[in-house]
Write a protein that binds this ligand. Structure first.
Ligand code: NDP
Length: 490
């Protein structure tokens, strides 16, 4: 029997059909209502108010969470303040033991946490399972290691904790951002009041249960749910000595203004508009994977997403051809399906923002490309999108879209690449794809970005500091640097 041979072009464009591979959800119990985690107990909110949290892939309500008001936030800060003395005086190796225990419990409950994170936020299960949850556990593990070595980490500086840390986190990596905030704070001997994002509170509620399982002293970690108002109550509470915020630049600026003169320590991790720069000597197939990972990972809801592709003019055509073929193989749909690459957009509001930005790109004259793919009937979805013919002045090249939308620009020389990459008010991350090590170092020296990835993108490790320049914020999270904002050094 003669076998019909496929041409290389046919092979790369060949689409495979995948049978459904849904992750099991039976082992996950989402309570119909959650209260506030204050002083080691789940407390009814003083406000008596609750709000729904929904699954953005189905629009179904998952649960109702409490809306913390001024009295609730005050209770939480008082509980954290009361816990601060004993926690900060605890022997460092015992503090470390609690953090190791939390890390271990996150690992034990990883499947449950991944499913909840995916249902509440819309991200593909393979990402929550393989990235968010393991990294969250790794953060606690890493900072557990520092807890009893602070005197060695900062020799002759007598490191001391600050007190109560007020922490506000966004919806794109809910448990991971919680870990980035809570692990270094506790390792350094502080106590915490944390507010998760309104649309993704559930993994923080499971974390509250993990704190109880770990027998963490009551009040060491307190979790208050609510909307932006609750966040502002946390950061402005006079009992809070240190504020850590991750979210939009707009809210970051508001917080900075409101804290001016208060004496509170502040770190801000804000937006980005990263350049992912591909030189003509780069391995193109690898670069295509890096571009896809850079912007379509987590539906582009990533502060350090490679949302601007800068490609050297001489290879723009073949690279874009390969990229479009790759885009057509991305599978969009049920986030709980293990084969899904692109999940649901986190909320209706975020979907509308993305749609508005894409409409502005078309209006300003950019050329849009979207692969053929069917969007589910319910839920919030956006096709992976690519814009060519983009000018630097277009909004899609300047503003954070926070969605699966890539703007492609070209350059001719390394100097032009640097100029264009730095032509942004942000400065969180960048990527360089080239065969030459010397060029990587040359570029990294000139790029105004907190992280520069070389021949890879979106790689994270607890030991590696992360943070921004310019309007992307200040302060570092991760690594030894991540302890500094939580310590007083004499
Ligand atoms: P926000 O900056 O509003 O939200 C981040 C966190 O801050 C949430 O917990 C939010 O609560 C809380 N918050 C809101 N207002 C205040 C306030 N005045 N004081 C203290 N805390 C506050 O981001 P959005 O969710 O509104 O997203 C808007 C845009 O921001 C996105 O489209 C994206 O471009 C960008 N963004 C960037 C992120 C990043 O990591 N760089 C993360 C998230 C968003 P609540 O959830 O209830 O609003």
């Amino acid at each position: 029997m003669a076998i019909a041979k496929k041409t290389p072009a046919e092979i790369v464009t060949q689409r495979f059909e995948y049978a459904p591979a849904p992750e099991a959800t039976e082992h996950v119990k989402v309570e119909p209502r959650y209260s506030l985690f204050i002083g080691g107990r789940m407390l009814e909110p003083h406000s008596k108010k609750r709000f729904p949290t929904i699954n953005p892939a189905t629009e179904e309500q998952l649960s109702e969470v409490a809306e913390a008001d001024e009295v609730d936030v005050d209770h939480a800060v008082v509980a954290a303040d009361k816990a601060f003395g004993p926690w900060s005086r605890l022997s460092p190796s015992r503090r470390a033991r609690y953090l190791f225990r939390i890390s271990r419990l996150i690992q034990e409950r990883a499947r449950e946490l991944a499913v909840v994170e995916t249902m509440d936020g819309g991200k593909p299960i393979k990402e929550s399972r393989d990235v968010d949850i393991p990294l969250a556990a790794a953060h606690f593990f890493y900072y557990a290691g520092w807890a009893d070595k602070l005197d060695w980490a900062f020799p002759n500086r007598k490191p001391r904790p600050l007190g109560v840390a007020g922490q506000v986190i966004p919806w794109n990596f809910p448990l991971l951002m919680l870990a980035w905030k809570i692990a270094p704070a506790l390792a350094a001997g502080n106590t915490v009041v944390l507010k998760p994002a309104e649309t993704t509170p559930l993994s923080a509620m499971l974390f509250a249960d993990i704190c109880r399982q770990a027998e963490l002293p009551p009040g060491t970690v307190n979790i208050v749910t609510g909307a932006g108002k609750t966040g502002s109550l946390v950061v402005s509470h006079p009992g809070v000595r240190k504020v850590a915020f991750t979210g939009s630049t707009e809210v970051g600026k508001l917080i900075q203004r409101s804290l001016a003169g208060s004496g509170k320590r502040l770190t801000l991790e804000l937006g980005g508009k990263a350049a992912n720069i591909v030189f003509e000597d780069a391995p193109l197939d690898a670069a295509v994977e890096g571009i896809v990972n850079g912007i379509y990972f987590n539906q582009g809801h990533v502060c350090c997403a490679g949302s601007r592709l800068l490609v050297q003019e001489s290879i723009a055509e073949p690279l874009l051809e390969k990229l479009k073929v790759r885009l057509s193989t991305l599978r969009l749909g049920d986030p709980l399906d293990k084969n899904t690459d692109i999940g649901a957009i986190n909320s209706k509001a975020q979907l509308e923002k993305i749609e508005g930005m894409v409409a502005s790109g078309i209006e300003e004259g950019a050329e849009i490309y979207q692969p053929e793919c069917k969007l589910p009937d319910r839920g919030y979805w956006f096709k992976p999108t690519l814009f060519t013919n983009v000018s630097q002045s277009y909004r899609i090249a300047r503003e954070e879209i926070f969605g699966p939308v890539l703007s492609v620009l070209t350059f001719r020389t390394p100097a032009e690449a640097v100029e264009k990459a730095n032509n942004t008010p942000y400065g969180l991350s960048a990527g360089v794809w080239t065969d030459k090590g010397s060029r990587i170092l040359w570029m990294a020296e000139r790029m105004r970005a907190g992280v520069v990835w070389a021949n890879t993108f979106n790689r994270f490790d607890p030991s590696s500091p992360f943070g921004g320049y310019k309007e992307s914020g200040f302060g570092r999270e991760g690594g030894l640097h991540g302890l500094l904002p939580y310590l007083e050094l004499n």
